[in-house]
Design a protein around this ligand. Structure first.
Ligand SMILES: NC(=O)C1=CN([C@@H]2O[C@H](COP(=O)(O)OP(=O)(O)OC[C@H]3O[C@@H](n4cnc5c(N)ncnc54)[C@H](O)[C@@H]3O)[C@@H](O)[C@H]2O)[C@@H](O)CC1
Ligand SMILES: [K+]
Length: 483
């Protein structure tokens, strides 16, 4: 599990080192780490360090100090380093002296022929967008950018990407990752964390590793049968949207080996696609399940409302998605009164309906506040999906691509997560593991047999078809042994 920390937790951890902070040891460690990442980038990009050209953009705080000390080291390695100070009089004093003494040159405009630019404008002390002078410097930059700590213009805690903000190829951070490194990952590029000997403690935002997920993913054991692995019931689809039923129940079949029941008007299509699904015309005929998935394409009329009320009155885990979310937004008391776990899987629009306000820039607070208020687990969809049950840390899943942004993909996600709920996983784990497999399946489907190529758009059926491969990949990357 990887932790992502707030700026105040990082600052407190730095202060706790006492002399190491005040004596500048932390900054020396940070800038040494930064210089070695820049050297590695130069080697990878142009095959040599000697004779390379690097430009620094230097703000007025310690972030600029890191850049200047690293610049001094680069000069000593034979790199030609120039620095553009946004305000020369306020640039980090000892860093400036070290840079000048090493042979670094101060310039007023960034040369166009640099191999790499270092963004030392702001880090933890930044707020708001890049100010106009800095924005002007970066506007002319075509070289790849290595950001010091954070791409300037990105909020450290919320990951809000202001306009304008730096778009980095690599971000070098110090001691522990900041929240923005996952929340705004697409702006950060590759994130490298340099050890500087600080301990910020437990993180309120985490990401699961492949092995965390591999350990949890349910597969049949020696004494399992179809019932012991959990039966999931899917209530989805309608005359107008039979496809939602096919995608959601198909995903439930793919995710685990137990058994899938289906209730709804699309039984014919569902069974035609997946004959192993046991379909029933209504709830009374459905049989027992260990978890329900309710809502994708299921409508919001009186009948749908009555069905959802009955499902939520049952004492089994329930995942509510799509149309079901519109219904529960009108009846939050159906959620707060439940003993069994509930998992809600809104996109931003559905979230606003449930919460009564937009998600806003602070997605982490928004998702945990809603989870606490409704006494449920919430999975907020996005390129970076967030899961909160208000009790433990928020879990982030960075999809790493946006191939899953396609109609019907949400129905696949709820089917996977529902099957995991039925297998007995805690809702937060079921949600986070489902989000990971869903994202990986989208990437695999988009890239086909050429993982390093450009990929091509996919539909939700393609994503669904790639779910087994995604599970296989995670299980072999993460564990290497069968359970
Ligand atoms: N304190 C320490 O021991 C360490 C600090 N480190 C570095 O120090 C950084 C934090 O330094 P500071 O606290 O000095 O803060 P920063 O250097 O991040 O920024 C502070 C300065 O930026 C200005 N500023 C704020 N927002 C701006 C914007 N949008 N555009 C332009 N200027 C803006 C502020 O007025 C202030 O002068 C970290 O991000 C990290 O890079 C590292 O060297 C690790 C050790
Ligand atoms: K920066």
């Amino acid at each position: 599990m990887l932790g992502f920390h707030t700026a105040s937790a990082i600052r407190a951890a730095e202060e706790a080192t006492g002399d190491l902070l005040t004596g500048g040891v932390l900054m020396r460690r940070a800038s040494a780490g930064l210089a070695s990442v820049v050297i590695a980038e130069l080697l990878a990009r142009r095959g040599a360090v000697y004779g390379a050209r690097v430009g620094l953009v230097v703000g007025s705080g310690d972030n600029g100090g890191d850049a200047l000390y690293a610049g001094a080291r680069l000069v000593r390695r034979g790199v030609s380093v120039v620095a553009v100070a946004l305000d020369r009089d306020r640039a980090h004093e000892s860093g400036s002296r070290a840079f000048t003494a090493a042979g670094g040159r101060w310039v007023s405009t960034m040369p166009s022929d640099v191999d790499l630019v270092v963004d030392g404008v702001v880090g933890l002390g930044g707020s708001g967008p890049l100010r106009p002078v800095a924005a002007g410097v970066f506007a002319g930059v075509r070289a790849p950018i290595v950001a010091v700590d954070l791409p300037s213009g990105v909020d450290a805690d919320t990951g809000e990407i202001h306009t304008p903000a730096v778009h980095a190829a690599v971000t070098v951070t110090f001691g522990a990752r900041r929240r923005a490194h996952v929340l705004a990952s697409s702006q950060c590029g590759r994130v490298v964390c340099v050890d500087i000997g600080i301990d910020p403690g437990a993180a309120g935002l985490v990401a699961l590793s492949d092995s965390d997920i591999a350990r949890e993913w349910p597969v049949p054991g020696p004494v399992d049968d179809k019932y012991t692995q959990g039966v999931v019931g899917v209530i989805a689809g309608s005359d107008r949207y039979p496809g939602a039923a096919v995608l959601c129940s198909g995903a439930a079949v793919a995710a685990t080996s137990g058994m899938v029941r289906y209730v709804g008007s699309a039984a014919e299509q569902v069974v035609a696609r997946r004959p192993e699904i046991v379909a029933a015309p209504d709830l009374d005929a459905a049989g027992r399940v260990q978890a329900w998935v309710v809502g994708p394409g299921a409508g919001t009329d009186d009948a749908a409302e009555d069905l959802l009320r009955r499902i939520l009155a049952a004492d089994v885990p329930v995942l509510v998605d799509a149309d079901g979310l519109t219904v529960v937004a009108r009846h939050p008391e159906w959620l707060t009164g439940r003993d069994a776990p509930t998992l809600l899987t809104p996109h931003a629009g559905e979230f606003a309906r449930l919460a009564g306000h937009e998600v806003g820039a602070d997605r982490v607070s928004a998702v945990s506040d809603l989870a606490a208020r409704l006494e449920v687990t919430v999975l907020l969809k996005g390129r970076v999906t967030l899961v909160s049950d208000a009790a433990g840390p928020v879990i982030a899943n960075d999809a790493g691509s946006s191939w899953a942004a396609t109609a019907g993909a949400g129905d696949v996600l709820s089917g996977i997560a529902g099957a995991l709920l039925a297998s007995g996983l805690a809702p937060r784990v079921a949600a986070a593991a489902a989000a990971r497999v869903h994202a990986d399946a989208a990437r695999l489907a988009a890239h086909g047999s050429d993982p390093t190529g450009h990929g091509a758009p996919i539909g939700a059926s393609d994503l669904l078809a790639a779910v087994p491969a995604a599970i296989r990949d995670i299980r072999s990357a993460g564990s290497g042994h069968d359970r």
